[in-house]
Design a protein around this ligand. Structure first.
Ligand SMILES: Cc1ncc(COP(=O)(O)O)c(C=O)c1O
Length: 396
């Protein structure tokens, strides 16, 4: 019989070394905040993951590691089953995290003076990974029109034609725009990137989090030529809420690119996966599909709740349609506040810790990002706090 998971349970995460819950007031300099920010879930992992961890813990020896055969097979099967993407086990390289990998990749595959292209508003560590290594960031901002985001291909082609642009970090699905890029869109990126010999690093950490009617297309699955000039970053961390176990999979089919990446891992002594991460991810990939489907349904319910709530009670605010990720992007520009005043309204008046849009690049000013991977009652509380704050603003 199929197990029914409940995602309504409020699980106390205070004093569990959770950055989302234990550091929120300190990081946002405000007390009593409802944490709806950093991208982890307030849901417990599938039971099969906990069982697998318990079993491994009982073994009692945790020495140095390699990626196990069974782990690699589980990743390979998941990519085939979930994304129709046939990969070879030797393509799967380790990283403790995708952001770590992005830093290693920018460092290892570009030289001082090279430029790296990103598409803001976008996950802030992309720009940091570029600047941390002393490289220059080039932006190809997304176009926001009629309530949805698309890519500006003419601008992309122009930017790629600068010979100093050697790399693009693609966010697919896109955080925070909520887009699951279509095959057509990805093909256009690939055509332009191949023409100008730009290496595409496709961050696909949200690829398992897509809603019904949408399909994630792995960038390197477009063709062999595309795979040859790309690196795909994936992870079970967002999908199964195991970011604290620090495991991700960097998939590189081109042997020469792989060699460079593996060299980077060794240089910084990052080659060995941690045991709980590998065990949890293997169990999740093997047995977590049903949990994930139910979880996605629940998150979709949260997204619909927010959209309807805003429509009915706060018509000045709209949430961009969510095709993938569990991160809602709310357009607050009709409130007419600059980004500092909007931040003040959200943090000091509403007392909700949303991510502020301006941190995703100037293109995100006037927006906030809400994490929807939590029990519905928290989403309801966040909306009610927001409504009161906006109404008090309007009453002034
Ligand atoms: C696009 C994107 N990449 C990477 C990460 C974080 O990856 P990791 O925790 O594996 O470094 C996030 C987390 O929100 C993300 O949204």
């Amino acid at each position: 019989m199929q197990k029914i998971y409940s995602f309504d349970e409020l699980i106390d995460r205070v004093k569990t070394a959770s950055v989302k819950w234990d550091q929120v007031d300190q990081l946002f300099h405000t007390e009593g905040l409802l944490p709806m920010w950093v991208a982890d879930m307030d849901f417990r992992v599938p039971d099969e993951v906990t069982e697998a961890l318990k079993k491994r813990i009982e073994h009692g020896i945790y020495g140095y590691t390699v990626q196990s055969e069974s782990y690699l097979a589980a990743v390979q099967d998941w990519m085939m089953k979930r994304h129709d993407w046939k990969i070879r086990q030797e393509w799967i390289c380790h990283s403790p995290g995708v952001v770590t990998a992005l830093n290693l990749i920018v460092d290892g595959f570009t030289k001082p003076g090279d430029k790296v292209l990103i598409q803001p508003p976008v996950y802030p560590p992309f720009a940091k990974a570029v600047r941390n290594q002393g490289r220059e960031c080039v932006t190809n901002p997304l176009i926001y029109h009629n309530g949805t985001y698309t890519m500006d291909f003419a601008d992309l082609e122009r930017k790629f034609s600068d010979p100093a642009v050697k790399m693009m970090i693609l966010c697919s699905p896109h955080n925070p725009a909520g887009r699951v890029w279509s095959k057509d869109e990805l093909l256009k990126v690939a055509e332009s990137a191949l023409k100008h010999d730009v290496l595409v690093v496709s961050d696909e950490i949200h690829s398992d989090l897509v809603f019904e009617g949408r399909k994630h297309i792995p960038y390197a699955g477009l063709s062999e030529d595309v795979a040859d000039r790309s690196i795909v970053c994936t992870a079970p961390s967002k999908t199964f809420n195991i970011a604290g176990l620090q495991i991700s999979n960097i998939i590189i089919s081109n042997p020469s690119l792989r060699k460079t990446y593996l060299h980077q891992l060794r240089r910084f002594s990052l080659s060995e996966p941690n045991i709980p991460g590998m065990v949890a991810a293997e169990a999740a990939y093997q047995k977590g599909g049903e949990w994930l489907d139910q979880c996605l349904n629940y998150i979709k319910g949260n997204a619909d709740y927010v959209s309807h709530f805003l429509n009915a009670h706060l018509p000045e605010l709209t949430m961009v349609p969510l095709e993938g990720t569990y991160l809602g992007w709310i357009d607050c520009r009709k409130l007419g506040l600059n980004h500092l005043k909007l931040q003040d309204l959200i943090l000091k008046k509403a007392r909700v810790a949303f991510n502020q849009g301006y941190t995703f690049g100037s293109e995100g000013e006037g927006f906030v990002r809400i994490n929807l991977a939590c029990p519905r009652s928290l989403v309801e509380q966040a909306m009610s706090r927001l409504e009161k704050a906006v109404n008090s603003l309007k009453a002034q």
